[in-house]
Design a protein around this ligand. Structure first.
Ligand SMILES: NC(=O)c1ccc[n+]([C@@H]2O[C@H](COP(=O)([O-])OP(=O)(O)OC[C@H]3O[C@@H](n4cnc5c(N)ncnc54)[C@H](O)[C@@H]3O)[C@@H](O)[C@H]2O)c1
Length: 259
């Protein structure tokens, strides 16, 4: 039976997911969309979160983190499954996971702009001693971050690579909600937000958004580096993040799933 997919947020990421669904993903079809702006004319109805979660079987979250609690509330109330790309929201709004306890919804957190979650989850079974992510972005990709504004950092005056933040994933999620999803996802796959170390750097010469992950266990050390060209539709995002949702959607009905 074909499952109906509802996309919440049709910005840079949601649009790419809508395109993939219209091109064809086995067992799934695009049923409805929610966004404040009706910016896609693809013959699919724009509806509110209540209608989206009532009329669709699987919800795809592609919203700013602040809009996520309202969506999860509507989704969990109807016990619908959800892919959630704004993983920062799970750290910023602990009520989301608290409310989830009353629901049978499954939450899929795609790897987003990151990679290597498979090995990190495997290493966790043996015990992780240390987990760290260093994210480096061109300054304009960090515009509007609450940490930048609070510290009075003038991003446009940065002339050489500079560390803007060092802390844990929980603090990073609050200080950089649009940039620290990678840190949040790493912390959820690994040893949790308070134990996951995060650094955020601004580099005016950076070609793209780079994430360097180091996870140490007793028997293995995992080092992963990803460099993503900023998504032209939103320089804070990357095209890999949208395609990680598409890959997750394909896995839902694949008979062979490589994790
Ligand atoms: N996990 C990761 O690695 C990763 C990587 C990149 C981006 N992200 C996150 O993915 C999310 C989406 O990113 P994007 O680049 O598509 O963002 P975007 O700003 O391009 O799109 C967000 C869309 O949500 C809509 N929207 C805002 N508030 C809404 C509301 N209350 N109800 C309905 N629609 C609303 C906006 O109109 C916009 O179309 C962001 O939270 C971003 O931080 C995660």
């Amino acid at each position: 039976m074909t499952q109906k997919v509802g996309i919440a947020g049709t910005g840079a990421i949601g649009k790419a997911v809508a395109k993939a669904l219209l091109e064809g993903i086995d067992g799934l079809e695009l049923g409805a969309i929610s966004d404040l702006r009706q910016n896609l004319d693809i013959g699919v109805p724009y509806v509110d979160f209540d209608v989206l979660t009532e009329s669709c079987d699987l919800i795809v979250e592609c919203l700013p983190p602040q809009a996520v609690p309202a969506l999860t509330q509507a989704t969990f109330a109807r016990n619908k499954d959800l892919t959630l790309i704004s993983s920062c929201a799970l750290l910023m709004f602990p009520n989301i996971l608290e409310n989830h306890k009353q629901s049978t919804s499954r939450i899929y957190v795609p790897s987003g702009a990151l990679t290597g979650m498979d090995g990190i989850k495997a290493l966790k079974e043996l015990g992780i001693k240390r987990s760290k992510i260093v994210s480096t972005k061109p300054p304009k990709g960090l515009l509007g971050a609450p940490h930048v504004e609070k510290m009075g950092i003038d991003l446009m005056q940065i002339r050489r690579k500079e560390r803007l933040f060092a802390g844990n994933a929980l603090e990073a999620a609050k200080g950089f909600p649009a940039n620290a999803n990678v840190a949040a996802t790493l912390s959820l796959a690994g040893i949790g937000p308070e134990q996951t170390d995060v650094e955020v750097w601004a580099d005016p010469e950076a070609f793209g958004n780079t994430h360097e992950v180091t996870v140490e266990g007793e028997f293995s050390t995992i080092r992963v580096q990803v460099t993503n060209t900023p998504d032209p539709a939103n320089p804070k995002s990357s095209m890999l993040a949208a395609q990680s949702i598409v890959a997750t959607l394909r896995d839902i009905n694949n008979s062979l799933v490589v994790l």
